[in-house]
Ligand binder design. Sequence first.
Ligand code: NAP
Length: 349
Amino acid sequence: MKLCRYGSHRVIEPPGALPQGAWRIDNTPRAYANEILIDVEALNIDSASFRQMREACGGDPSAVGAQVLETVRTRGKLHNPVTGSGGMLVGRVAEIGEQLRARGGLAVGDRIATLVSLSLTPLYLEQVLAVELEVERVRVRGKAVLFESGIYARLPDELSLEVALAVLDVAGAPAQTRRICRPGSRVLVVGAGGKSGMLCVAQAREAVGAQGRVFGLERTAGESTALLLREGYLDALIEADARDALAVLRAYTALAGEEADIVINCVNVPGTELATILPCRERGTVYFFNMATSFTAAALGAEGVGKDVDLLIGNGYAAGHARIALDTIMERPALLAFFQRRFAAPQPV
Ligand code: NAP
């Protein structure tokens, strides 16, 4: 077999595809020479995917577990066929393929989080141990394969597994936010009270400085948005449904007056493209981290309202993203304490 650094040697259907775009991949639990085999402990499922499964299963954790097993059985990976998204996993290195051993930096037994999506990661599940609805996490027994091109982070000793997983899952968002926000920028974060939203708000605050403004939007205010306001990361919060574009525009305009330079979408539901585009100024930047975003709706939506804005697709990877995401909470004690409370308590069923 000819081994490919991107893992195309594992693709079954359709032939010639790369693993992410493939319908089905080979999940045989062994490491080929250019692969790393992982003993999987937990799957941190992408928020859009988890919400879709939870709703389809009527909130029944065991039905969500069965759905996870079924998807992995049919596709060889946890690639949600409805949302197209995956998530990431944590586990211990079980075997390092012979071609990768010289690379160093990793040893059998190390605990790592994969930073490539579950939508392309060969996964073999023996058992679902617990579905933790509140934190969108599934504890499992199984094996996964990381390709030669796959990126990972060794989990820091200072953080619990659960918190590190939660943060690393959305690591691309704070890193990208830091790049696009400038001193003095006016920023709106849609879905500010969620996991990625909170990290983006904190990074935006630091990047825009005292002259800039950071607004958040959530359906309803809660503990997370109260924290963001109290810590001064958010200047103000808008309560609105992000699926209602005109209501969002009205509420934003009433509060902020001027249009935003940058609007960042961190919600986990579809149908929020125009609510993200409308509050943005001409030649401003709209950043869609939300996986439930439709490229068509965003592109045609912007055209339809005559907005010349730059539309950014949320790349899950940015250089240094894992360190930036982890530092975002480790340097902010209130944020760290919130993530520890929110994500550390498992609710096994
Ligand atoms: P999360 O923690 O669940 O946060 C989503 C937030 O959006 C929640 O606060 C939620 O509030 C809010 N929200 C949902 N519907 C809303 C509405 N109609 N109006 C206003 N607010 C609403 O999710 P996350 O883990 O941060 O993930 C956010 C998105 O990033 C997801 O779509 C996920 O798939 C995506 N993602 C992208 C990448 C990438 O590489 N681009 C990687 C990982 C994740 P409630 O809790 O009240 O519903």
